[in-house]
Design a protein around this ligand. Structure first.
Ligand code: ARG
Length: 456
């Protein structure tokens, strides 16, 4: 493709440099944003009298026809073009002749690309939020069914205290809810308009930045033209918000992987969401969860790419910044892919309640409740803690559980023990009693589900 900037050059660009320099293979996906930005710019140029109303209308029509042709596959971005901005402008000029050449008046590709990425990512944020909402809804639905399904809660991956599966799941609902909040925050700072910053130093034309900002649905024009073209904070913020989503998905995946191992067997994945082995006939592997966990790593890498790319750049635009797109697009693509595969995997898994219950029965997860029993009868907690520790050691030596230990043995440790200790350490009661706000009692889980659904 002929270069629009070839005027001052006496030689053709080296073909290797052409390929090296070009970004169209990865920025052509922004064609809708580019056309939207150009339509707003052309409209403003006409309104401000910088080009004639007729020229403005012709450019808008031309851009609309290009958009329509790309959408139906009649026009394909030329992969030898430098980038999508150059391609669309060249196509406009091919269609309109010299009127097309007026579009770029008082604009630079530097403010153009800054607008395009913001517009493009705005749409992606909406999609990611939508996927997160579906995921949270799925989590709530399963939690509702399992509001009273007892399982061991863990610390240090050691059985700790009794909770319910619903309670465990609702922790993830809270994380994903915060993720939506982070996307909203990112969007607020992203949604400002750099158009009109020019190459770096604004313009002498009487442009109306307020108008283009409004036409494109931004909250306001960016207040400094150097910042307008050199800011990529919004990419880093988004990559960071996405990294957090991936970290949450990865932790969830790790638990799914553990839960469907023979060691836990708390869940079974649906056959449609598991894979086999090429050699071991018995295998059913949680590949989806493992891939989500793996992809978290590459998304963290994208985030780091963006930070490192920006850290040494003098103001204003530098070509290094062309690298922003592959990194942020990779983060966006992968988080969408992960959430949309993870959600149906979760929705179709079978929860093996019996196994959760059996696991909860071992490991003395009611020991705290045993100590609390003594406290409620007047003993200081530290003394109760010590006595219960002794009882647990006794159970381990006798290979039994607190539930099965005879009352005489309890009495050896404290006179405060009575027959009703067995009620106090009954797992159902232990869970039901944990009614503190945010706790695992079935009623509390139901309340948590209500809280989350309301915020969705
Ligand atoms: N393809 C470039 C990018 O993605 C567009 C901006 C180019 N501006 C320039 N002065 N070379 O960043």
């Amino acid at each position: 493709m002929d270069k629009m900037w070839a005027g001052r050059f006496t030689k053709e660009t080296d073909s290797g440099v052409n390929a090296f320099n070009s970004s169209i293979s990865f920025d052509s996906r922004m064609y809708r944003s580019d056309i939207a930005g150009s339509i707003a710019h052309a409209t403003m140029l006409g309104e401000a009298g910088i080009i004639s109303k007729d020229e403005s209308a012709a450019i808008v029509k031309g851009l609309e026809s290009i958009l329509a042709d790309i959408e139906i596959g009649k026009l394909e971005p030329d992969m030898t073009a430098e980038d999508i901005h150059m391609f669309i402008e060249a196509e406009l000029t091919r269609r309109l002749g010299s009127t097309g050449k007026r579009l770029h008046t008082s604009r630079s590709r530097n403010d153009q690309v800054a607008v395009d990425i913001r517009l493009y990512l705005r749409g992606e944020i909406a999609e990611i939020k939508d996927l997160l909402r579906k995921l949270i809804t799925t989590v709530c639905d399963i939690a509702e069914v399992h509001a009273d399904t007892i399982m061991p809660g863990y610390t240090h991956l050691q059985r700790a205290q009794p909770i319910t599966f619903g309670h465990h799941l609702m922790a993830y609902a809270q994380m994903f809810l915060r993720d939506i909040g982070r996307l909203d925050d990112t969007l607020k700072r992203m949604n400002v308009c750099p158009l009109g910053s020019g190459a770096l130093a604004g313009t002498t034309y009487p442009i109306n930045r307020q108008m283009t900002s409004e036409l494109l649905g931004f909250s306001e024009p960016m207040a400094n033209s150097l910042d307008g073209v050199s800011d990529r904070d919004f990419c880093i913020e988004l990559a960071s918000a996405i990294s957090m989503i991936m970290m949450h998905l990865s932790r969830f995946s790790e638990e799914i992987i553990l839960w469907c191992s023979w060691e836990f067997k708390f869940i079974e994945l649906d056959d449609a969401f598991a894979t086999g082995s090429s050699i071991m006939p018995q295998k059913k592997n949680p590949d989806v969860a493992e891939l989500v966990r793996g992809k978290a790593a590459r998304v963290f890498g994208d985030n780091m790419t963006l930070l490192a790319m920006m850290k040494g750049l003098p103001l204003a635009y530098n070509k290094d910044m062309q690298e922003d797109k592959e990194a942020i697009f990779d983060a966006v693509d992968n988080v969408k892919l992960c959430i949309s595969t993870f959600t149906p995997m979760l929705a179709t898994m079978t929860v093996l309640k019996e196994n959760m219950r059996n696991a909860a029965a071992k490991g003395f997860i009611n020991a705290t409740d045993c100590a609390d029993y003594l406290v409620k009868k007047g003993m200081p907690f530290r003394d109760a803690y010590k006595i219960t520790g002794g009882l647990v050691a006794r159970c381990i030596a006798l290979n039994t559980t607190l539930e099965k230990l005879p009352l005489e043995t309890y009495k050896e440790y404290s006179d405060l023990f009575d027959d009703n200790v067995y009620d106090a350490i009954n797992l159902d009661n232990c869970v039901k009693g944990r009614l503190s706000y945010g706790g695992p009692a079935p009623q509390s889980v139901t309340d948590q589900i209500g809280y989350v659904r309301e915020r969705l």
